[in-house]
Design a protein. Structure first.
Ligand code: FDA
Length: 398
C-alpha cells in the first residue's frame, strides 16, 4: 500500500481499544490504518492479568466505572457486552476460566488475545504499522493529516486510542490529552488509579508487615471493596487497596476493616465473658496473623487477661479493628498504576460513537477517555465496547 493511498480512518494506538476499533471498521469494509510508536501491537494486553489477560468481567455494569458523567458508558457497554467478547474468544478456540468475582482469564496466555485481534484485523485488511512516531496532527482541509517520521497519512476520520500515561516505561504517554487540548476539548486531570498507596508518619510502622495479606473491607466514604489488603515495604496494596485507590485523593483517609466478618467490639466483650483468663493477644492471634497482632499491641494499648480489661477499652479496640484509619501520603504513581482516572472529558464526546461533538471525524476511545473501570477485566471491556462503538460509527459515516 502506498503512503498517499487514501484511508477511511487512521487509528492512533494499536492497544486494546485501537485494535478493536480497527477490526470492527475493517470487517465492515473500511480501509483502516493503525499507527503506533511501539515496536509491536498490544503490549499492555500481553502483560495483563499476570500474562493470562483478564479480558472481561461478566458483572460489567455502568456502576463499576468511574467518570465525571456516570451515564456516559451506558450506550457503548450496552451494545457490546462481555458475552460478545466471550463469543469472539470462543470462535478462536481460546479456553478460559472464571477466577473470582466474575473475572474471566485465558487458560493459556494473553498472547492468544493479541493474536486473535490481529487475525481479525488481517481479515478486515487493516494496515498496522508500528515504530511510527507521531510528529504532528492537523486538519488542513477538513481531513486529518498525521505526520510521522515515515511520512504523512490522511483520512477523514481519526481515532485516538493511545491510552493513558500509566506504566510509561511500556510506551504509555499523555498524547491523547495533548491532542484533545489541541482541538479545544477539555481534559479532566489524570491521576494514577488501581495503584498501591504509600504510608508515612505513624502509619509507617505498618511497612514492617511487608508481605502480609489480610481479608478485609477497604473503604473510602460510602465506597467499599471486600478483598485482600496487602502490606508492602512502601505501604498498602492488594486488590482491595487497588480498587479503593481509584476513589482516593491526596490528603484523604481510607479505612480497612481487618475483621470484616465480625462485629469485633461485640466479639471481644463476649470473649471476656466466656474466656476471662484468655490473654488479649492470644485472642487476637486467633483472628489475625501473629505479626499483625504484635504490631497492633502498641496502638491498641491493651495487654493482659481479658478479665482485667474494661469493656469500654475492648469496645474501642474492636471499633478500630473494624475500621483502621490510614491516611496515605501518596501513591506509587503512574509507574505502578494499572490505569488512569480522568482523561478526555466525556461532555465533549458522543456516548454513542465517541466522536468529538465539535470536531466531526475525531474520536477518542479506551483509557484516553475519562472512564475508568474497577479492577477485574472492566477496563478491557470498556476498551472493547468503546472501540466497537467507534468502529461501527466510522462504517456508518461512509
Ligand atoms: P493501551 O495502553 O492498551 O494502548 C495504547 C497504545 O497506544 C499502545 O500500543 C501505545 O504504544 C500507543 N501509544 C501511546 N502513546 C502513543 C504515541 N504518542 N504515539 C503512538 N502510539 C502511542 N485491564 C483489564 O481489564 N484486565 C487486566 O487483566 C488488566 N491487566 C493490566 C495489567 C497491567 C500491568 C496494566 C498496566 C494494565 C492492566 N489492565 C488490565 C488495564 C488495561 O491494560 C488498559 O485499561 C487497556 O490496555 C487500555 O486500552 P487502550 O487501548 O485504551 O490503551
Amino acid at each position: 500500500m502506498r503512503q498517499d493511498e487514501p484511508f477511511d480512518a487512521i487509528i492512533l494506538g494499536a492497544g486494546a481499544a485501537g485494535l478493536m476499533a480497527a477490526r470492527t471498521a475493517g470487517l465492515l469494509g473500511q480501509r483502516v490504518l493503525v499507527l503506533d510508536h511501539a515496536d509491536r501491537p498490544g503490549k499492555k494486553i500481553l502483560i495483563s492479568g499476570g500474562g493470562r489477560c483478564n479480558f472481561t468481567n461478566i458483572h460489567t455494569a455502568p456502576d463499576r466505572f468511574l467518570s465525571a458523567n456516570p451515564h456516559f458508558v451506558k450506550s457503548a457497554l450496552g451494545r457490546y457486552q462481555p458475552q460478545d467478547f466471550i463469543d469472539l474468544v470462543e470462535r478462536y478456540g481460546i479456553s478460559w476460566h472464571e477466577k473470582t468475582l466474575g473475572q474471566l482469564f485465558c487458560d493459556g496466555s494473553s498472547r492468544q488475545i493479541v493474536d486473535m485481534l490481529l487475525d481479525e484485523c488481517a481479515q478486515g485488511q487493516v494496515d498496522i504499522r508500528c515504530d511510527h512516531r507521531i510528529v504532528a496532527v492537523d486538519r488542513p482541509d477538513g481531513r486529518f493529516r498525521v505526520s510521522t517520521q515515515h511520512g504523512a497519512f490522511i483520512a477523514p476520520a481519526l481515532v485516538i486510542a493511545t491510552g493513558g500515561p500509566s506504566i510509561p516505561k511500556m510506551g504509555a504517554t499523555g498524547f491523547g490529552y495533548d491532542l484533545a487540548r489541541q482541538f479545544n476539548l477539555k481534559v479532566i486531570e489524570p491521576r494514577p488509579a488501581l495503584v498501591p498507596l504509600t504510608l508515612s508518619g505513624d502509619d509507617m510502622m505498618f511497612r514492617g508487615l511487608s508481605g502480609i495479606a489480610v481479608d478485609s473491607v477497604a473503604a473510602h466514604g460510602k465506597t467499599r471493596f471486600r478483598e485482600a489488603s496487602l502490606f508492602t515495604h512502601k505501604g498498602l496494596s492488594g486488590p482491595a487497596i487497588l480498587q479503593i485507590s481509584s476513589y482516593w485523593r491526596p490528603g484523604e483517609a481510607i479505612t480497612i476493616n481487618l475483621l470484616p466478618d465480625s462485629d469485633a467490639a461485640a466479639a471481644l466483650v463476649e470473649a471476656k465473658r466466656q474466656r476471662p483468663k484468655l490473654h488479649i493477644h492470644s485472642l487476637l492471634g486467633e483472628w489475625l496473623p501473629d505479626r499483625l497482632v504484635d504490631l497492633l499491641r502498641a496502638p491498641l494499648g491493651l495487654s493482659g487477661e481479658l478479665a482485667n480489661i474494661a469493656d469500654k477499652a475492648l469496645i474501642a479496640a474492636g471499633n478500630r479493628l473494624n475500621g483502621w484509619r490510614f491516611t496515605p501520603n501518596g501513591s506509587e504513581g503512574f509507574a505502578k498504576a494499572e490505569v488512569t482516572v480522568g482523561g478526555v472529558d466525556t461532555s465533549g464526546l458522543s456516548s454513542r460513537t465517541m466522536e468529538a461533538r465539535s470536531i466531526p471525524g475525531l474520536y477518542f476511545i479506551g483509557e484516553a477517555v475519562d472512564v475508568t473501570g474497577w479492577l477485574g477485566g472492566y477496563n478491557f471491556q470498556w476498551a472493547w465496547a468503546s472501540g466497537n462503538a467507534t468502529g461501527e460509527a466510522i462504517a456508518q459515516q461512509q
